[in-house]
Every structure is written in structure tokens, then in C-alpha cells.
Design a protein around this ligand. Structure first.
Ligand SMILES: [Zn+2]
Length: 353
């Protein structure tokens, strides 16, 4: 069946050229699907082929012989040599005959035959021309399409493109973490992610990305940030539900930061003069404080704690270190140890008094 002729004459290749295909390449989309889809685990959902095109791409196989001397090589449709590795990948060594060409390739084959003969003439080492030159069209299937991972109500597509014979299930690329995986799951908000990146909030049970959780500094539990607050004493994230209040400044904080009912800042305040740069900044920002005296100051992670004396009352002020905003104002009788918290709209009134 192979067309036989000599190196030099008659480059014409008839439509009766032999058509071959690698014997073990997938022939149908169904075969391809079977090979791909089994690779994935999709929690509570499915993966299927959402569009897949199997395209037969033309190669030329040229084999020439004379006695025990032979030459064989492959060209792609553009007439370029196919490397040995590529020929192996495509399975060109083991082919079956197709009943007909998958498409009309007469012109392409005439071009390839011409290039092939030219190359053969360069590569044939014997003094006499080959007695047999076999030309065959080899049709290799190229697959492209996409896999669709569906976990209702959402879906994520994963494109692929490779030779059908060597196509391997591509790893799912998590659109939210870029992690590659073969195990796909959905979060409670519906996002489809790599299962290895999912975790449950230990407070609410909500399934989210592990990287969206924070560690509670007091309990070590991994929880959503919304269940935590920044401890004003330590600056660490702590579950609100385990925070305790300082008896003096009323701020909620990590249990570890409170001893004997008082936070570190309330346990020890240093006497400072108005020339202390921190106090000077605060008095500059809040001029009404300037009439108070005998200032004491301590620092917590994000705030200054200050106490001062007036004629009849004591004052407790907590000021944000960055903004100098008053976060808490309380007054107490000079002879008592308890504090009365002042509402923000009363600040001016109290400070004047
Ligand atoms: Zn305190």
C-alpha cells in the first residue's frame, strides 16, 4: 500500500497515500474523558468536560531502504524535523492504518513529500539510491478543551491543551490561592478552592480559607478575625468571648494581660511632667486637659493611660497613641478608688469643671 519510488524522480504523492495514526492514542472525546476525569476528587460536586476538540494534526513519515541500509524520519506539517523524543511522545513507532485521511491533505502531502525527498537526498549515505521510499501521513490527535468543576451554585473551568496521547490530567489551580491540587472543595460562601487550603473557623464552624483565620493569642484557636479584637494591652488578636475587663480602665483585653483585676498600664503609671514629650503632644491636642495636674502616664500597646488630679476630682484618660483620640475618659472622687465613665458628649463639660 505504501507509495514506493526513488529519491529523485516524481515527487507527486497521490491521494492514495497511506494514512496512519499512533495505535494507542485516544480516538474519541469519551476515551479522553475517562482518562482525565478519574484523577479528581470534587467534594459535593462534579467534574466534566466542558468542550473538547480532538484535532488530527498531519505529520509525514519517510522511510527509505536499500538492503540493510535504512533512513527514517518524521516531518511536521511545516516541514520541520520531528525530534526523536517528540516522535516517541506521539507514539509514532507503533501505528495503525486509517481507512481514509481525516481531512483532505493532498496539497500538504505534496509539499511534505518534496521537503522529505530533499532531506532524504542529504541524509542518504549509500553510493546507490534507496530501492524503497515509503511516504505515509501520520495523524496525531491534539486535544484541547476545558474541564469544568461544578459545586452548586458555582463552577470553575480549567483549560487544557496537549497531544491526546500524552495528555495528563492537569492539576486544578485554586483561583483564590493558586495552590495546585486534585482535590477540590467548596467553602461556605460557595467559593471553589483547593481542599488543602480550606479550614473551619473554630468559633463558628464556618468553612473558609485557612489563611483567612487568625490565631487567638489567648486560646490558640483558629478563628475568623470578626470573632477577635486587638488586645489593647498586648496588641494581639484575642477572641472577644474570652476577653476580660480591667477594673480600672474598663478596657477588654486578653486574660493574660490582667492581674488582680488590673491591666499592666493601670497597675503602674509613672509620674510625668508636662514637659514629657508624650504628655506635651496630648495636651497640645486636648487643651482642656492642661488645667489638670499631677500627671501619671503608662503605655499599653496602642494607647497611653493617664491619670491627673483636679481640685476635687481625679481624671483617667486613655488616648490612642497614633491619633491621640480620647478612647476613654473617667472621673473619680479624690478620696475614692472607683471611676465613673464619661460619655463623649460630656467630655468638654467635665474637663472644664
Ligand atoms: Zn486598665
Amino acid at each position: 500500500m505504501h507509495s514506493r519510488d526513488h529519491v529523485s524522480p516524481d515527487p507527486a504523492v497521490e491521494d492514495s497515500s497511506v494514512n496512519l495514526a499512533p495505535a494507542d492514542q485516544p480516538r474519541t472525546v469519551h476515551e479522553l474523558a475517562e482518562r482525565l476525569l478519574g484523577a479528581y476528587v470534587v467534594d459535593g460536586g462534579t467534574v466534566h468536560l466542558a468542550g473538547c476538540l480532538l484535532e488530527n494534526r498531519l505529520f509525514l513519515r519517510l522511510a527509505a531502504r536499500r538492503g540493510d541500509q535504512s533512513v527514517e524520519f518524521f516531518l511536521d506539517r511545516q516541514g520541520n524535523d520531528v525530534s526523536q523524543a517528540m516522535a516517541q511522545t506521539l507514539g509514532m513507532a507503533n501505528t495503525t492504518t486509517l481507512p481514509h485521511a481525516p481531512e483532505d491533505a493532498g496539497e500538504a502531502m505534496r509539499f511534505l513529500a518534496e521537503v522529505g525527498r530533499r532531506k532524504l537526498a542529504e541524509r542518504w549515505l549509500g553510493p546507490d539510491p534507496p530501492t524503497e521510499v515509503d511516504l505515509a501521513a501520520v495523524w496525531c490527535a491534539f486535544a484541547q478543551g476545558k474541564l469544568r468543576f461544578t459545586i452548586e451554585p458555582h463552577a470553575v473551568d480549567l483549560p487544557f491543551a496537549d497531544w491526546a496521547r500524552s495528555l495528563k490530567p492537569p492539576p486544578f489551580i485554586c483561583p483564590h490561592t493558586n495552590r495546585t491540587t486534585y482535590h477540590v472543595t467548596a467553602l461556605d460562601d460557595g467559593r471553589i478552592v483547593a481542599a488543602e487550603e480550606a479550614a473551619a473557623c473554630e468559633q463558628s464552624g464556618q468553612r473558609v480559607l485557612a489563611r483567612e483565620l487568625v490565631s487567638c493569642a489567648a486560646t490558640g484557636r483558629r478563628v475568623l478575625p470578626e470573632f477577635t479584637a486587638t488586645c489593647p494591652a498586648t496588641g494581639e488578636a484575642v477572641l472577644r468571648s474570652v476577653m476580660v475587663s480591667c477594673d480600672v480602665c474598663r478596657q477588654k483585653m486578653s486574660p493574660a494581660a490582667v492581674q488582680g483585676g488590673r491591666c499592666a498600664a493601670c497597675r503602674h503609671r509613672e509620674r510625668v511632667s508636662k514637659s514629657d514629650s508624650r504628655l506635651a503632644r496630648i495636651l497640645d491636642e486636648h487643651p482642656l486637659l492642661d488645667r489638670w495636674r499631677r500627671w501619671r502616664l503608662s503605655e499599653a500597646a496602642a494607647s497611653y493611660h493617664l491619670t491627673a488630679h483636679g481640685w476635687f476630682r481625679r481624671l483617667l484618660v486613655i488616648v490612642d497613641k497614633d491619633s491621640l483620640e480620647i478612647k476613654l475618659l473617667a472621673t473619680g472622687h479624690r478620696l475614692q478608688t472607683t471611676w465613673d465613665v464619661v460619655e463623649p458628649d460630656q467630655y468638654d463639660l467635665v474637663l472644664r469643671g
